[in-house]
Design a protein around this ligand. Structure first.
Ligand code: GAR
Length: 210
């Protein structure tokens, strides 16, 4: 089984979906630790409830991003992970940190990348009168929300959607696709080569939908 470290900042519902998939042995791995930059993240409670080791590394205790990410890289390394999963970890990572875990760090982003990188994705999709919205799981590279896409889930935007109702439906899809991608990785079926994700020897389109 692969060793997984999950990074969170908040509720941790995606973490929960991955915990559940590990417990159901759908993922051939186990979560060695959950790390949060926020002490009050509810995901820490979810991890403790599942008997998973938790660590808090607050960015407020560091003078700058480089120092924080150096400490974060050391903390992650101390668990010798095969895979690092960003699950609502709301921090921009330095190129050094990204480089260190290249090909073994995944992120989930609440949009159909390359659309709506950054924040407030649900409201932006509504404001643009898009017909569809969704979520993307991708490998992390130096380009913010720009790494090779692995899977996307699509959600139809309804006439009366608010950012909250839309976010809720996107979340349901996230909880399906993120454990699926971690499962593939745990079965050694998924790699990053050059700037593409490769699944079962098939090169996937790097930029997802548009
Ligand atoms: C998820 O919707 C994830 O896509 C998003 O944060 C949420 C975390 O929810 N990530 C980002 O916006 C990354 N920039 P969760 O804590 O319940 O898993």
């Amino acid at each position: 089984p692969i060793r997984i470290v999950v990074l969170i900042s908040g509720s941790g519902s995606n973490l929960q979906a991955i915990i559940d998939a590990c417990q159901a042995q759908q993922i051939n791995g186990h979560i060695a630790a959950v790390i949060s930059n926020k002490a009050d993240a509810y995901g820490l409670t979810r991890a403790s409830n599942a008997g998973i080791e938790t660590k808090v590394l607050s960015h407020k205790e560091f003078a700058n991003r480089d120092d924080y990410d150096t400490a974060l890289a050391q903390l992650i390394d101390s668990f010798s992970p095969d895979l690092v999963v960003l699950a609502g970890f709301m921090r921009i990572l330095t190129p050094d940190l990204v480089q260190k875990f290249k090909g073994k760090m995944l992120n989930i982003h609440p949009s159909l990348l390359p659309k709506y990188q950054g924040l407030n994705t649900h409201q932006r999709a509504i404001d643009a009168k898009d017909a569809e919205h969704g979520a993307s799981v991708h490998f992390v590279t130096e380009e913010l929300d720009g790494g090779p896409v692995i899977v996307q889930a699509r959600v139809t935007i309804l006439a009366d959607d608010t950012a909250d109702t839309l976010a809720q439906r996107v979340h349901e899809q996230e909880h399906v696709i993120y454990p699926l991608v971690v499962k593939w990785f745990s079965e050694h079926r998924l790699t990053m080569e050059a700037e593409h994700a490769v699944l079962d020897n098939q090169v996937l389109p790097a930029h997802g939908a548009d």
